[in-house]
Design a protein around this ligand. Structure first.
Ligand code: G
Ligand code: G
Ligand code: MN
Ligand code: NA
Length: 247
C-alpha cells in the first residue's frame, strides 16, 4: 500500500524516467531499435527496481496512467533518433492498458503529439495479454493498419499452444532470455526460428550476453538481438551518443 502511494506521487511529481536498451541487427551490428524501460528514482531513497514496482502498479491499476506516460515520453524521446538514425522505439504495454476503451486513440495521440511516424513504434505485449480477447486483437489490428508493429514479449514462457500465433496480430517475436540459459543451438530454438520464418515474423533474441551466443543465433537465422553484450539499458543521452558514434 505504501508502495502504491509512492507510485501515485512518482507519477504526479515526475520521478519516473526511461532508460533504453538497444536492439541490434545481427547481420551488421547496427542499432535498429531501442526498448524503453521504466525507472523510478524516489528523491528520498534508493532507486526501486521495476521488478518490484511494476507488479504493484499492475495490481493497483496504476500501470494504466503510468503506461500512458511511458508511451508519450518514449515517442517524444525517440523522434529525433528516428529522424537522424532511422531507429524505432519499442514500448511495453500492460494488459490493463490494452483493455482501455480509448486505447487506439491514446496511441494515435502519442504519435501525433510527438511527430513520431507509426512505423517507428513497436508495442510489446506478453503472450497472455495478447491471447485474451477478440476485442483487444481488433484494436491492435487497427494500429497495425496504420503501420505500428506488435511484438510478443518474453515469447516461449507462456503456456499457450503455438497454433494461436497464426491468428494473432503480431509482427515480431522477442524470444525470452531463458532460452539462452543453456546452449543456444537447441531443437527448441531451431523450432521457434523456423516457425517465425514460416509466419514471416521478425525475431529478436533477448538476454544475449556473449559473442558466442550472438554468433550461434546469427547462424541459426535469428535477425535481431538485445542484451548486455551490446548494452545495458541506458539513459536517453547515452543512447543518442551511441547512435552518433555509428556515423
Ligand atoms: O530492466 P528491467 O528490470 O527493466 O525490467 C523489469 C520488468 O519490468 C520487465 O519485465 C519489463 O517488462 C517491465 N517493465 C519495464 N518497463 C516497463 C513499462 O514501461 N511498462 C510495463 N508494463 N512494464 C515495464
Ligand atoms: O521483460 P522484458 O524483456 O521487457 O524486460 C527486460 C529485462 O531484461 C530488463 O530487466 C533488463 O534489464 C533485462 N535484461 C536485458 N538484457 C539482459 C541480459 O543480457 N541479461 C540479463 N540477465 N538480463 C537482461
Ligand atoms: Mn519487453
Ligand atoms: Na522480455
Amino acid at each position: 500500500r505504501e508502495l502504491a502511494a509512492g507510485l501515485r506521487r512518482a507519477l504526479r511529481d515526475g520521478e519516473f524516467t526511461l532508460h533504453y536498451q538497444p536492439v541490434v541487427r545481427l547481420a551488421d551490428g547496427r542499432i535498429t531499435a531501442a526498448e524503453a524501460l521504466l525507472r523510478w528514482n524516489p528523491p528520498d531513497g534508493d532507486p526501486v527496481p521495476p521488478g518490484v514496482f511494476v507488479p504493484v502498479a499492475e495490481a493497483t491499476g496504476l500501470i494504466v496512467p503510468i503506461g500512458w506516460w511511458v508511451l508519450g515520453r518514449a515517442c517524444a524521446e525517440a523522434r529525433e533518433w528516428h529522424e537522424r538514425e532511422g531507429v524505432s522505439v519499442t514500448v511495453n504495454v500492460a494488459a490493463h492498458q490494452l483493455r482501455e476503451p480509448d486505447f487506439v486513440d491514446r496511441v494515435r495521440a502519442a504519435l501525433a503529439d510527438s511527430g513520431l511516424p507509426p512505423s517507428a513504434l513497436v508495442l510489446e505485449l506478453t503472450e497472455s495479454t495478447l491471447v485474451a480477447d477478440a476485442e483487444s486483437t481488433a484494436r491492435l489490428d487497427v494500429l497495425r493498419g496504420q503501420g505500428v508493429r506488435i511484438a510478443i514479449d518474453d515469447f516461449g514462457t507462456g503456456y499457450s499452444s503455438l497454433a494461436y500465433l497464426v491468428h494473432l496480430p503480431v509482427d515480431v517475436l522477442k524470444i525470452d532470455r531463458t532460452f539462452l540459459a543453456t546452449a543456444v543451438d537447441t531443437p527448441l530454438m531451431r523450432a521457434i526460428l523456423q516457425l517465425a520464418d514460416g509466419l514471416e515474423l521478425q525475431t529478436v533474441a533477448e538476454g544475449v550476453e556473449t559473442e558466442a551466443q550472438a554468433a550461434t543465433l546469427r547462424t541459426l537465422g535469428c535477425s535481431y538481438a538485445q542484451g548486455y553484450l551490446f548494452s545495458r539499458p541506458v539513459p536517453p543521452a547515452d543512447l543518442a551518443a551511441m547512435l552518433g558514434r555509428l556515423e
